[in-house]
Write a protein that binds this ligand. Structure first.
Ligand SMILES: [Zn+2]
Length: 240
């Protein structure tokens, strides 16, 4: 029997048989993997915490008949704080949903590290609501090759003034002359909020304050951009 150890974050799962669970792992080494955890829904199961979404640890897998069965787990962090604060829980759940919808079949160490950093920041730092998911999305778009926080129009290269439009069709920012039907206007406050989020590391996110008017605008813009870039919608980070 071949056994492998992977660093992984639980991003989903479903009940299977009487007490088993098929768990969806985002692993550092192999990307997305569905693994079987036997008996973990039992009251006294040793690995019962390791099956829950947000659990981050080292999972030992035994490959039997093409199926990966978890034989041992060493939990690094289960980000317990995320489940005791409803706002953080929604935001973290949205981040995990974005990961599920972004992740291809291959390993993606950059996204893995980004996700752990985001969850850590959300769980342990006193960060204002939506700042973590906004930064996470900006970085996701950057990893996809979109750098939209530029000072010039992406279409004609003219220097941008205070009137900017986000062209959802191409995922970039344009000037008033290049505006077309897939453009939405973005306020100067929204643009500068995204720049600040982009330039601030996760470790420092708790020290910044953005213009209140821009907070929800940034989130909705990034949410919409995600839909246009991927054709997918992620679950809302907002309670209502
Ligand atoms: Zn232009």
């Amino acid at each position: 029997m071949a056994s492998t150890k992977v660093k992984a974050l639980v991003i989903g799962g479903r009940d299977f048989k009487e007490k088993d669970k098929l768990v969806e792992l985002f692993t550092l080494e192999q990307g997305k993997l569905t693994v079987s955890m036997k008996g973990v829904r039992g009251e006294k199961a040793k690995m019962k915490f390791a099956k829950e979404v947000f659990c981050f640890g080292e999972y030992v897998l035994e490959n039997t008949k093409g199926m990966n069965i978890v034989s041992q787990v060493e939990i690094i962090d289960n980000f317990f704080g995320l489940t005791s604060d409803i706002d953080k829980f929604y935001e973290a759940s949205a981040i995990v949903d974005i990961v599920r919808k972004t992740l291809g079949v291959q390993a993606n160490p950059q996204l893995f590290i980004e996700t752990i950093k985001a969850l850590k920041c959300l769980c342990y730092d006193n960060v204002k609501s939506l700042y973590v998911i906004d930064k996470f999305l900006i970085n996701i778009f950057k990893a996809m090759g979109y750098s939209f926080l530029t000072s010039t129009c992406s279409s004609c290269s003219a220097k941008l003034g205070d009137i900017r439009y986000f062209n959802l069709g191409v995922g970039e920012i344009v000037c008033p002359s290049c505006k077309n039907g897939t453009c939405i206007s973005i306020s100067p406050a929204c643009f500068s909020a995204m720049k600040i989020l982009d330039q601030t590391d996760y470790e420092k996110l708790s020290t910044i304050r953005l213009a209140p008017s821009s907070e929800v605008e940034v989130y909705h813009l990034l949410e919409k951009n995600f839909e246009w870039r991927t054709g997918e919608r992620f679950i809302s980070a907002l309670i209502s």
